[in-house]
Design a protein around this ligand. Structure first.
Ligand code: ADP
Ligand code: NG1
Length: 423
């Protein structure tokens, strides 16, 4: 869709609802530079917000209905009388992402439901690893909150707590996601990338080297995570590894996040990677997992929609998580010492690990990384969940002319986090 002006959106809102919008929320997408599939184990990640965004115009209405419409006619309008009984969805449609944010805020505020009109316009390519889904969730949450409280909503709730609330709300659509996307989209400051850590959520602004250019390239394939079980399968496999390691290290923590297990074991990344090679089997059937850790421990790892899984790949998944978490640390140091060559080396290693050990790449993404590397990229890797979507490529500013003729979506500069404007 072509870019739409603020006036066109405003006009569309008035035409659709017959009332004036009260607020406009703008929430960016994000590109993750490194640290893939480790946020749900509480390991730190390294994303930046992008300019592509989700915009919601919103107002209270007097019809006692929740009404969501989309500027893009491909998404049908959705409406429900209040009280709306929505508790989640296992095959999410676009309105379900908005309901995640809406419900998160109403529960937090202990607010009665009230009539709401939303008009959404989004420019983040969906299902492409740039986190359009979280942008919808966060935008809806901030729009709902801004209709409840007066003034700056971030005087009412800190940005960290708001991002955490959105991260806890998004799994209502069935994906056991971590908190990277909501944190990146809420905490970003224009001009800097972010190092984000979890539990408790915190972020550090990081300046990127001036001669580093990040190009986002679409593979022309997509994966709607909510419609497949690939993502949840990886989360569960990591949880099983955590249970096996807890037994190995005689730990009694209830946590099944790999960062907690590593911290409690006192092992360095090198040591824990060695333990993985020694004690974690490459693949187990469900029955073998039960023999090893017991049915109760397996049940703690599973959720309703992952109970059907019968086989689990373990050693290579664990190798990815621990080595990727280590690469984030090394990338941050390389970035701080402006060593873009080393940043590229780490991005390439990250892609290989995603492709081989985590099996979350695809032919098209591999081909893009290879193509850009042949044309002088310092590093190229899939970004986001993978299985399609986008790659992020690191070029030295002097070499950008080499790739002028190659396909690309945009050159990315660190963008601004979520914001609200009151009319
Ligand atoms: P992503 O990596 O972009 O977060 P997901 O597969 O998790 O990908 O979420 C994509 C889903 O988000 C889409 O299938 C759609 O339901 C919703 N979505 C994204 N952008 C828009 C939009 N502009 N309008 C309506 N829904 C959108
Ligand atoms: P994308 O593919 O951009 O939605 C997903 C998860 C993240 C993270 C990455 C992989 C959601 C909302 N986000 O991002 O939490 O785990 O995959 O690093 O599912």
């Amino acid at each position: 869709m072509n870019d739409v002006t603020d006036e066109q959106l405003h006009e569309q809102f008035v035409k659709t609802y017959g009332i004036e919008p009260e607020i406009r929320v703008t929430c960016p997408g994000r590109v993750n530079l490194i640290g893939e599939h480790i946020d749900y184990h509480d390991y730190g990640v390294f994303p930046m917000a992008i300019d592509a965004s989700t915009v919601i115009l919103a107002a209270r209405n007097s019809t006692n209905n929740l009404i969501f419409s989309n500027f893009d006619p491909k998404y049908s309008s959705w409406e429900s009388p209040i009280p709306c009984p929505w508790q989640g969805s296992s095959s999410p449609k676009w309105n379900d992402y908005l309901l995640c944010g809406w419900k998160g805020i109403l529960d937090f505020e202990k607010s009665e439901q009230f009539g709401i009109s939303f008009l959404l316009y989004g420019t983040i390519p969906p299902s492409s690893g740039l986190s359009s889904s979280s942008s919808l969730v966060c935008a809806s949450a901030l729009a709902t909150l801004s209709l409840i409280v007066q003034g700056d909503p971030f005087q009412h709730i800190s940005r960290e707590n708001f991002a955490h609330l959105c991260a806890k709300s998004e799994p209502l659509i069935g994906t056991l996601s971590g908190g990277m996307d909501q944190a990146a989209e809420v905490l970003a400051s224009e001009g800097t990338a972010l190092r984000i850590d979890f539990n408790p959520l915190r972020s550090k602004n990081i300046e990127l080297p001036e001669n580093a250019v990040f190009v986002v390239v679409h593979s022309n394939t997509e994966l709607n995570k909510g419609a497949t079980s690939h993502y949840n399968e990886r989360v569960i496999e990591g949880r099983i590894v955590a249970q096996i390691l807890k037994r190995e290290f005689s730990l009694s923590t209830p946590s099944f996040r790999l960062k907690d297990i590593q911290a409690l074991s006192g092992k360095s990344f090198e040591e824990i990677l060695k333990t993985v090679e020694e004690v974690i089997p490459e693949e187990l059937t469900k029955n073998q997992v039960i023999e090893l850790i017991g049915n109760d421990k397996l049940e703690e790892c599973l959720t309703e929609n992952t109970r059907k899984f019968t086989n689990f790949k373990l050693r290579s998944r664990a190798r990815h998580v621990f080595s990727e978490a280590h690469r984030v640390e090394l990338f941050e140091s390389a970035c701080e010492s402006k060593d873009i060559k080393q940043m590229g080396v780490l991005m390439n290693a990250s892609h290989r690990s995603c492709a081989i050990d985590y099996e979350c790449s695809c032919e098209e993404l591999d081909a893009i990384c290879e193509l850009y590397t042949k044309h002088g990229a310092l590093g190229a890797r899939l970004t986001g969940a993978g299985w399609g979507g986008c790659a992020v490529v690191l070029m030295a500013a002097d070499d950008v002319a080499n790739i002028e003729k190659l396909p690309s979506l945009f050159v990315s500069k660190p963008g601004q986090g979520i914001r609200v404007h009151r009319f």
